[in-house]
Design a binder for this molecule. Structure first.
Ligand SMILES: O=C(O)c1[nH]c2ccc(F)cc2c1NC(=O)[C@H]1C[C@@H]1c1ccccc1
Length: 232
Protein backbone atom coordinates (compact mmCIF):
# COMPACT_ATOMS: atom_id res chain seq x y z
CA UNK A 1 0.00 0.00 0.00
CA UNK A 2 1.54 3.32 -1.13
CA UNK A 3 0.78 6.39 1.02
CA UNK A 4 -1.80 4.65 3.19
CA UNK A 5 -1.73 4.30 6.98
CA UNK A 6 -1.29 1.53 9.52
CA UNK A 7 -4.61 -0.26 10.00
CA UNK A 8 -6.13 -0.30 13.47
CA UNK A 9 -4.97 -3.66 14.82
CA UNK A 10 -7.42 -6.51 14.18
CA UNK A 11 -10.20 -4.26 12.84
CA UNK A 12 -9.98 -6.12 9.53
CA UNK A 13 -10.20 -9.63 11.02
CA UNK A 14 -10.94 -11.17 7.61
CA UNK A 15 -7.46 -10.34 6.26
CA UNK A 16 -5.15 -13.23 5.39
CA UNK A 17 -1.46 -13.36 4.51
CA UNK A 18 -0.59 -16.09 1.98
CA UNK A 19 2.88 -17.30 2.86
CA UNK A 20 5.58 -19.55 1.49
CA UNK A 21 8.45 -20.60 3.81
CA UNK A 22 7.34 -17.95 6.29
CA UNK A 23 7.38 -15.15 3.72
CA UNK A 24 4.32 -13.04 2.83
CA UNK A 25 3.51 -13.42 -0.88
CA UNK A 26 -0.03 -12.13 -1.34
CA UNK A 27 -3.11 -11.01 0.53
CA UNK A 28 -6.41 -12.84 0.78
CA UNK A 29 -9.49 -12.90 2.94
CA UNK A 30 -11.72 -15.32 4.83
CA UNK A 31 -15.00 -15.95 2.97
CA UNK A 32 -16.07 -19.00 5.03
CA UNK A 33 -14.68 -20.85 8.05
CA UNK A 34 -12.53 -23.12 5.93
CA UNK A 35 -12.06 -20.95 2.84
CA UNK A 36 -9.86 -18.00 1.79
CA UNK A 37 -10.21 -16.07 -1.48
CA UNK A 38 -7.14 -14.58 -3.20
CA UNK A 39 -5.67 -14.08 -6.70
CA UNK A 40 -4.57 -16.91 -9.01
CA UNK A 41 -1.43 -15.07 -10.26
CA UNK A 42 -0.03 -15.38 -6.73
CA UNK A 43 0.55 -19.07 -7.45
CA UNK A 44 2.88 -18.36 -10.37
CA UNK A 45 6.20 -18.77 -8.57
CA UNK A 46 5.22 -21.35 -5.96
CA UNK A 47 6.37 -24.24 -8.24
CA UNK A 48 3.67 -26.56 -6.93
CA UNK A 49 4.10 -25.84 -3.20
CA UNK A 50 0.98 -25.06 -1.18
CA UNK A 51 0.66 -21.72 0.63
CA UNK A 52 0.23 -21.41 4.34
CA UNK A 53 -2.39 -18.91 5.48
CA UNK A 54 -1.82 -16.53 8.40
CA UNK A 55 -5.03 -15.38 10.08
CA UNK A 56 -5.64 -13.07 13.05
CA UNK A 57 -2.50 -11.03 12.35
CA UNK A 58 -1.67 -7.35 12.45
CA UNK A 59 2.13 -7.70 12.66
CA UNK A 60 3.70 -10.36 10.43
CA UNK A 61 6.43 -11.07 13.00
CA UNK A 62 5.26 -10.31 16.54
CA UNK A 63 3.27 -12.76 18.70
CA UNK A 64 -0.41 -11.74 18.87
CA UNK A 65 -3.28 -13.33 20.83
CA UNK A 66 -5.25 -14.91 17.96
CA UNK A 67 -2.58 -15.09 15.27
CA UNK A 68 -2.41 -18.55 13.71
CA UNK A 69 -0.81 -20.09 10.63
CA UNK A 70 -3.05 -22.60 8.84
CA UNK A 71 -2.04 -25.31 6.44
CA UNK A 72 -3.91 -25.45 3.16
CA UNK A 73 -5.65 -28.70 2.14
CA UNK A 74 -6.22 -27.67 -1.48
CA UNK A 75 -5.88 -24.70 -3.82
CA UNK A 76 -8.37 -24.01 -6.63
CA UNK A 77 -7.25 -21.39 -9.19
CA UNK A 78 -10.12 -20.34 -11.45
CA UNK A 79 -9.96 -22.49 -14.61
CA UNK A 80 -10.01 -19.36 -16.78
CA UNK A 81 -6.98 -17.78 -15.08
CA UNK A 82 -3.74 -17.61 -17.03
CA UNK A 83 -0.34 -15.93 -16.91
CA UNK A 84 -0.96 -13.74 -19.97
CA UNK A 85 -3.75 -11.50 -18.66
CA UNK A 86 -5.85 -10.55 -15.65
CA UNK A 87 -8.87 -12.67 -16.62
CA UNK A 88 -10.52 -14.82 -13.91
CA UNK A 89 -7.64 -14.00 -11.52
CA UNK A 90 -9.16 -15.79 -8.51
CA UNK A 91 -7.79 -18.46 -6.18
CA UNK A 92 -9.79 -20.38 -3.57
CA UNK A 93 -7.81 -21.95 -0.74
CA UNK A 94 -9.33 -24.65 1.44
CA UNK A 95 -7.75 -24.66 4.90
CA UNK A 96 -6.73 -27.98 6.47
CA UNK A 97 -9.36 -27.34 9.14
CA UNK A 98 -12.03 -24.76 9.93
CA UNK A 99 -10.50 -21.53 11.17
CA UNK A 100 -11.20 -20.76 14.80
CA UNK A 101 -13.36 -17.59 14.70
CA UNK A 102 -12.81 -14.90 17.32
CA UNK A 103 -12.44 -11.11 17.71
CA UNK A 104 -9.39 -11.16 15.39
CA UNK A 105 -10.59 -13.81 12.90
CA UNK A 106 -13.88 -13.29 11.11
CA UNK A 107 -15.53 -14.01 7.76
CA UNK A 108 -16.13 -11.07 5.36
CA UNK A 109 -19.35 -11.26 3.31
CA UNK A 110 -18.96 -10.80 -0.42
CA UNK A 111 -21.30 -9.18 -2.95
CA UNK A 112 -23.64 -11.68 -4.62
CA UNK A 113 -25.62 -9.22 -6.75
CA UNK A 114 -23.97 -8.64 -10.12
CA UNK A 115 -24.26 -4.85 -10.34
CA UNK A 116 -21.39 -2.37 -10.78
CA UNK A 117 -20.29 -0.30 -7.80
CA UNK A 118 -20.97 3.33 -8.76
CA UNK A 119 -18.01 5.46 -9.80
CA UNK A 120 -16.69 7.73 -7.02
CA UNK A 121 -17.84 5.26 -4.33
CA UNK A 122 -15.07 5.30 -1.72
CA UNK A 123 -13.97 1.78 -0.83
CA UNK A 124 -11.15 0.46 1.34
CA UNK A 125 -8.25 -1.86 0.65
CA UNK A 126 -5.60 -3.27 2.98
CA UNK A 127 -2.43 -5.33 2.78
CA UNK A 128 1.17 -6.03 3.73
CA UNK A 129 2.39 -5.06 0.26
CA UNK A 130 5.18 -2.62 -0.54
CA UNK A 131 4.83 0.86 0.96
CA UNK A 132 7.24 2.80 -1.29
CA UNK A 133 8.98 2.68 -4.67
CA UNK A 134 12.08 1.04 -3.21
CA UNK A 135 9.98 -1.99 -2.26
CA UNK A 136 9.92 -1.53 1.51
CA UNK A 137 7.93 -4.35 3.09
CA UNK A 138 5.81 -3.36 6.12
CA UNK A 139 5.54 -5.53 9.20
CA UNK A 140 2.09 -4.19 10.12
CA UNK A 141 -1.10 -4.23 8.05
CA UNK A 142 -1.60 -1.03 6.04
CA UNK A 143 -4.92 0.38 4.80
CA UNK A 144 -6.15 2.91 2.26
CA UNK A 145 -9.40 4.40 1.03
CA UNK A 146 -9.77 4.72 -2.73
CA UNK A 147 -12.58 5.91 -5.03
CA UNK A 148 -13.94 3.56 -7.68
CA UNK A 149 -13.47 4.85 -11.25
CA UNK A 150 -15.81 3.92 -14.08
CA UNK A 151 -14.93 1.13 -16.48
CA UNK A 152 -15.06 3.63 -19.36
CA UNK A 153 -12.44 5.87 -17.74
CA UNK A 154 -10.34 2.85 -16.77
CA UNK A 155 -10.54 1.53 -20.34
CA UNK A 156 -9.40 4.80 -21.86
CA UNK A 157 -6.67 4.45 -24.49
CA UNK A 158 -4.14 6.16 -22.18
CA UNK A 159 -5.09 3.93 -19.20
CA UNK A 160 -5.89 0.22 -19.53
CA UNK A 161 -6.92 0.63 -23.18
CA UNK A 162 -9.98 -1.61 -23.37
CA UNK A 163 -8.62 -4.55 -21.32
CA UNK A 164 -11.02 -4.03 -18.37
CA UNK A 165 -13.86 -6.55 -18.85
CA UNK A 166 -17.30 -6.37 -17.16
CA UNK A 167 -15.85 -8.84 -14.60
CA UNK A 168 -13.28 -6.26 -13.48
CA UNK A 169 -13.38 -2.88 -11.75
CA UNK A 170 -10.84 -0.13 -11.06
CA UNK A 171 -9.88 2.34 -8.37
CA UNK A 172 -7.99 5.60 -8.72
CA UNK A 173 -4.21 5.16 -8.45
CA UNK A 174 -3.04 8.78 -8.27
CA UNK A 175 -0.31 8.73 -5.63
CA UNK A 176 -2.20 6.57 -3.12
CA UNK A 177 -2.40 3.04 -4.47
CA UNK A 178 -2.09 -0.68 -3.87
CA UNK A 179 1.19 -2.33 -4.82
CA UNK A 180 3.08 -5.63 -5.03
CA UNK A 181 2.18 -7.90 -2.13
CA UNK A 182 -1.30 -6.40 -1.69
CA UNK A 183 -2.76 -8.53 -4.49
CA UNK A 184 -5.40 -11.02 -3.51
CA UNK A 185 -6.78 -8.66 -0.89
CA UNK A 186 -10.41 -7.49 -0.92
CA UNK A 187 -11.83 -4.16 -2.10
CA UNK A 188 -14.40 -3.50 0.63
CA UNK A 189 -17.28 -1.10 -0.12
CA UNK A 190 -19.88 -0.57 2.60
CA UNK A 191 -18.58 -3.54 4.60
CA UNK A 192 -18.94 -5.98 1.71
CA UNK A 193 -16.15 -7.41 -0.48
CA UNK A 194 -16.83 -6.27 -4.05
CA UNK A 195 -13.48 -7.17 -5.63
CA UNK A 196 -10.18 -9.04 -5.31
CA UNK A 197 -7.02 -7.09 -6.21
CA UNK A 198 -5.52 -8.66 -9.35
CA UNK A 199 -1.93 -9.91 -9.09
CA UNK A 200 -0.60 -9.20 -12.53
CA UNK A 201 2.43 -6.90 -12.49
CA UNK A 202 1.37 -3.27 -12.61
CA UNK A 203 3.19 -0.02 -11.91
CA UNK A 204 1.96 1.46 -8.60
CA UNK A 205 0.98 5.04 -7.81
CA UNK A 206 0.67 6.20 -11.42
CA UNK A 207 -2.72 7.72 -12.21
CA UNK A 208 -2.42 6.42 -15.77
CA UNK A 209 -2.57 2.81 -14.51
CA UNK A 210 -5.50 2.44 -12.10
CA UNK A 211 -5.62 -0.59 -9.79
CA UNK A 212 -7.57 -3.51 -11.24
CA UNK A 213 -9.83 -5.83 -9.24
CA UNK A 214 -11.68 -8.98 -10.20
CA UNK A 215 -15.36 -8.34 -9.37
CA UNK A 216 -16.63 -11.14 -7.11
CA UNK A 217 -20.37 -11.19 -7.97
CA UNK A 218 -19.90 -12.71 -11.47
CA UNK A 219 -18.07 -15.67 -9.83
CA UNK A 220 -20.57 -16.55 -7.10
CA UNK A 221 -21.57 -19.72 -8.99
CA UNK A 222 -17.97 -20.92 -9.24
CA UNK A 223 -17.20 -20.04 -5.61
CA UNK A 224 -20.30 -21.83 -4.27
CA UNK A 225 -19.71 -24.93 -6.42
CA UNK A 226 -16.05 -25.31 -5.43
CA UNK A 227 -16.89 -24.90 -1.73
CA UNK A 228 -19.80 -27.35 -2.00
CA UNK A 229 -17.79 -29.96 -3.94
CA UNK A 230 -14.80 -29.93 -1.58
CA UNK A 231 -16.76 -29.69 1.68
CA UNK A 232 -16.14 -32.48 4.23
O1 LIG B 1 1.51 -8.88 -5.20
C1 LIG B 1 1.46 -9.16 -6.42
O2 LIG B 1 0.89 -8.46 -7.30
C2 LIG B 1 2.07 -10.39 -6.86
N1 LIG B 1 1.81 -10.91 -8.07
C3 LIG B 1 2.53 -12.06 -8.17
C4 LIG B 1 2.64 -12.97 -9.19
C5 LIG B 1 3.46 -14.06 -9.04
C6 LIG B 1 4.13 -14.23 -7.85
F1 LIG B 1 4.90 -15.30 -7.72
C7 LIG B 1 4.06 -13.35 -6.79
C8 LIG B 1 3.25 -12.26 -6.99
C9 LIG B 1 2.93 -11.17 -6.15
N2 LIG B 1 3.42 -10.94 -4.88
C10 LIG B 1 4.75 -10.67 -4.69
O3 LIG B 1 5.52 -10.53 -5.61
C11 LIG B 1 5.20 -10.53 -3.29
C12 LIG B 1 6.54 -11.09 -2.92
C13 LIG B 1 6.26 -9.64 -2.93
C14 LIG B 1 6.06 -8.89 -1.70
C15 LIG B 1 5.82 -7.54 -1.79
C16 LIG B 1 5.65 -6.82 -0.62
C17 LIG B 1 5.69 -7.42 0.63
C18 LIG B 1 5.92 -8.79 0.68
C19 LIG B 1 6.09 -9.53 -0.47
Amino acid sequence: ILRGSEAKPHLKPYMASLQLDGQHVCGGFLIAQQWVLSAAHCMEETDGKLFQVLLGAHSLTQPEPHKRLYRVRAQFPHPGSNIHNNKDDLLLLQLEEEAELNTDVRVLPFQREDRDVAADTVCEVAGWGTTDHSGTRPDKLQQLERPVISRDVCNHRTRHDGTITPNMMCTDSRRKDTCKGDSGGPLVCGGVAEGVLTAGSRVCGNYKKPAIYTRIAPYVGWIDSVMASAAH
